[in-house]
Design a protein around this ligand. Structure first.
Ligand SMILES: [Zn+2]
Ligand SMILES: [Zn+2]
Ligand SMILES: [Zn+2]
Length: 147
């Protein structure tokens, strides 16, 4: 299955039609894995494929796709909201971020050991956890050597 067919399925599952804007934005994000693009970055890339698209449409579509949990948002505390494709199943949960406090590099970490913790929290507090976001702050390999 191509990415586009996959996205079409995801949208259909949410009761929505694939439109050109939705398709292009999902395509741009799938072409830039691990990049954590801002809305402006995405707009620039989208414009190369579809010059007549407006930034308002890009914002609106990003909002919609993130409400549908087809894309994830990430806040790196720099005043920008960043976007990336959610897990392939559209569950909106697949990796966590390691942020270098020296060079600002963002690494992704796939391992997820938090399910146990979630279970424990639910057992002890009765709080049903739906999702979590984890940001780890530290120094990347390169910066660590220079410390
Ligand atoms: Zn990421
Ligand atoms: Zn670094
Ligand atoms: Zn997790």
């Amino acid at each position: 299955m191509t990415n586009m067919e996959h996205f079409k399925e995801l949208l259909k599952n949410k009761g929505l039609k694939m439109t050109t804007q939705r398709g292009i934005i999902l395509e741009v994000l799938s072409e830039c894995p691990n990049q954590h693009l801002t809305a402006e970055d995405i707009y620039e890339l989208v414009r190369k494929k579809q010059p007549e698209i407006g930034i308002a449409t890009v914002y609106r579509t990003l909002q919609l796709l993130s409400e549908l949990e087809l894309i994830d948002t990430l806040d790196l505390d720099d005043g920008f909201v960043r976007y990336e494709l959610a897990g392939t199943d559209g569950s909106g949960h697949h990796h966590h971020h390691l942020i270098c406090m020296s060079c600002g590099k963002v690494l992704e970490f796939e391992e997820d050991l938090l399910e146990n913790l979630e279970e424990k929290i639910e057992l002890t507090t009765g709080f049903k956890i739906y999702n979590h976001k984890v940001k780890m702050y530290g120094y990347c390999k390169d910066c660590k050597e220079k410390l």
